[in-house]
Design a binder for this molecule. Structure first.
Ligand SMILES: Cc1ncc(COP(=O)(O)O)c(C=O)c1O
Length: 397
């Protein structure tokens, strides 16, 4: 029987929930789904790259051959053959990675949450890049750390800055390949210096690497994991090389930490869907990614070039931008008097969208920055959208 006029509850949220805010990007995306808007705002991979038929065939194969196993509960650390495949692929980089180091997670975003849960206390010092991946700042902020922004330049983190401020920190969160949001890449010698510095400080180094395979030209640079598997926690994802809707990623951690992360995973959701993991194993086990990834690289490289050409044509000389060697993002720095948050209102009125740079900073936002994604917009629309933005910016100079 339904209760008559129940008194409304005065919700008392936990302190950690009071820290939570909706992601600025997700809020912007709500506006930009309108078809007339040319949106450079999303961080979504191009659906043109999703191997739908291959996935359908793999679902069919798994369900018809191993349906009862696929639909049952599974182990918390993940589906063993897929963990072995990941360990073997990473071992090709030179260092021996064992399956016991690999924990399957429901998107690498969950990996960030588990790392926060296991490594961060309230007030713990957490080192992040300037700027950094917004989703990581969001995930860690639930655990109420003190974020310390490490200075960077056009090539990413400066190892000497980590050495100067890293003492006593709980972790360093680093994005070496085609960083979200800037698109920049950490050079080889800095990777080595960073690994060495973190090892000396006893500082866990998190290497978040969802874009590493999406290098346009050369082979990707060596992973920091391979330089010190006992001190680096590597995060990988199938979101950008297969499809994000399956929510499948992995953490590779030194053994004592891997065991603790597995306990946190168990507490969070028991395990990641067994069916999904089996399907992905079915898709990747015979080398499918070796032929599939080059098609993604080619598409993204071409679209990146279209956007770089359009920026050179339509943006004023007083603006600058990164020239990514892979991945999905270009980072623009406008003249210092232009606030990109305000520019966004005008841009949306003009049916073009981007993500303002400020939310990507843990401290001291640089408000004259913005992120552009070029992978989901067709070339002719990229030109048109950049031309519209360029006109708005030029009017402010
Ligand atoms: C740097 C970075 N890390 C993690 C993620 C989360 O990816 P996943 O889909 O694996 O949860 C993203 C998603 O865009 C990302 O850009």
């Amino acid at each position: 029987m339904k209760m008559e006029n129940p008194a409304p509850i005065q919700w008392q949220f936990a302190q950690r929930a009071q820290q939570l805010e909706s992601s600025a990007i997700r809020d912007i995306l709500k506006v930009t789904v309108r078809p007339e808007v040319i949106s450079f705002a999303g961080g979504l991979p191009s659906p043109a790259t999703f191997p739908v038929e291959r996935m359908r065939a793999a679902y069919d194969a798994v369900l018809s051959k191993q349906g009862k196993v696929a639909l049952q509960y599974g182990p918390s650390d993940g589906y063993a053959p897929l963990r072995e495949w990941i360990a073997d692929s990473l071992s090709a980089g030179g260092a021996k990675i064992v399956p016991a180091q690999v924990l399957m997670v429901s998107g690498s975003q969950q990996g960030l949450d588990l790392l926060g849960k296991v490594l961060v206390d309230e007030g713990s010092k957490v080192l992040v890049e300037t700027p950094s991946y917004l989703g990581a700042l969001q995930a860690f902020s639930v655990y109420r750390p003190q974020f310390v922004s490490v200075a960077t330049d056009g090539h990413g983190l400066l190892p000497e800055q980590v050495a100067a401020i890293g003492q006593g920190a709980r972790l360093l969160y680093a994005l070496p390949n085609f960083q979200n949001p800037t698109g920049r890449t950490l050079p080889l010698e800095r990777r080595a210096a960073l690994v060495e510095t973190c090892a000396r400080l006893g500082l866990p180094l998190i290497e978040d690497d969802p874009y590493g395979a999406l290098s346009y030209r050369s082979e990707p640079l060596p992973k920091m994991l391979t330089m010190n598997p006992g001190g680096v926690i590597h995060m990988g994802s199938f979101s950008k090389v297969l499809t994000p809707g399956i929510r499948l990623g992995y953490l590779v951690a030194p053994l004592p930490l891997a065991a603790k992360l597995e306990q946190a995973k168990q507490a969070a959701d028991l395990h990641t869907a067994q069916l999904t993991q089996m399907v992905v194993h079915e898709v990747v086990k015979d080398g499918f990614l070796d032929t599939h990834i080059p098609t993604i690289r080619k598409l993204y490289a071409d679209q990146c070039q279209v956007m770089l050409d359009a920026l050179a044509e339509f943006f004023p000389a007083s603006a600058s931008w990164t020239k990514p060697e892979g991945g999905m993002f270009i980072w623009v720095t406008l003249p210092s008097h232009i606030d990109s948050m305000k520019l966004l209102d005008e841009a949306i009125a003009d049916h073009v969208a981007f993500v303002p740079g400020a939310p990507f900073y843990a401290n001291a936002p640089e408000r004259n920055t913005l992120r552009l994604s070029f992978v989901t917009v067709p070339p002719e629309k990229i030109r048109e959208g950049v031309a519209r933005l360029g006109k708005l910016i030029r009017a402010k100079i």
